[in-house]
Design a protein around this ligand. Sequence first.
Ligand SMILES: Nc1ncnc2c1ncn2[C@@H]1O[C@H](COP(=O)(O)OP(=O)(O)OP(=O)(O)O)[C@@H](O)[C@H]1O
Ligand SMILES: [Mg+2]
Length: 268
Amino acid sequence: MAGRRTEKDSDYFRVVDDAINSYTWAAVVKLQERGIIDDVLGPVGQGKEAKLVLARRRDGTHAALKIFYPVPVKFVKSRYGYVLGDPRFRGLKVRNYLHLVQVWCRKEFGNLSRAFRAGARVPEPYGFYRNVLAMRFVGSGTTPAPLLADVGLEGLDDPDSVLYEIVKSVERVYILGGLVHGDLSPFNVLYDGESPWIIDWGSAVRRGHPRELDYLRRDVERILEFFGSSIEPQRLLKRLVERGSWRGPIDVDEEGWLLIGGRRIVDD
Ligand SMILES: Nc1ncnc2c1ncn2[C@@H]1O[C@H](COP(=O)(O)OP(=O)(O)OP(=O)(O)O)[C@@H](O)[C@H]1O
Ligand SMILES: [Mg+2]
């Protein structure tokens, strides 16, 4: 907005900021009481919807705290549809913005947990409370791993293996976890110098969601495009869907690929 903030405005914003801080701080303390994290070390990154804060665990390893901003308007615009379209949240009474942020955080934690259990390359979820989600920190020392988008294709030692790891994860999450990420792109993949880590699971949808295939197609297209892959997106999509309806036993080979009818998804 043009113009200066008045004295009154700045008072108002200070009050709002303080409320946000104490609200978030109380959630962090809860995670400490539950033994999920120990010390809080400080902010290390920021996204459009959340701040990333580094914490230490009792065993000396690091945890990443994704702290969702409990800020209204933008959040509601971008997230309301996802939450309402999800059968798990049918009948939800949205009392206020803070409540919606909590729902979103719980949803991201649930999705991340499913993806993790399906054996995908995602940060292990540790726990959540209100608007704070604790998960494995991907990085070295206190520096977060860069995004695949920032590393670029030329920064990868072995692009094929990174692409394959992502395809493997997408398939596992879809077939074993029954989920589609929905916002998969090089901006939501971290690269630790060797392997990819898929993050930002808040917008994932369950299989059966009306837009399941649109999201899956978009996820597949964006990834194949980044890698300049010769794999046809439509073909990969078709295979995912076909393999998803398989009713027989699913084996796993020594490299972690699902074997359906004895074949990997990338076999000819
Ligand atoms: N587990 C993690 N370990 C290290 N860094 C992480 C981790 N999770 C997230 N980050 C960093 O924090 C940033 C924001 O995370 P994320 O993409 O989940 O949040 P967001 O606010 O929803 O993002 P966006 O800006 O895409 O909307 C990421 O770009 C990444 O740099
Ligand atoms: Mg993101």
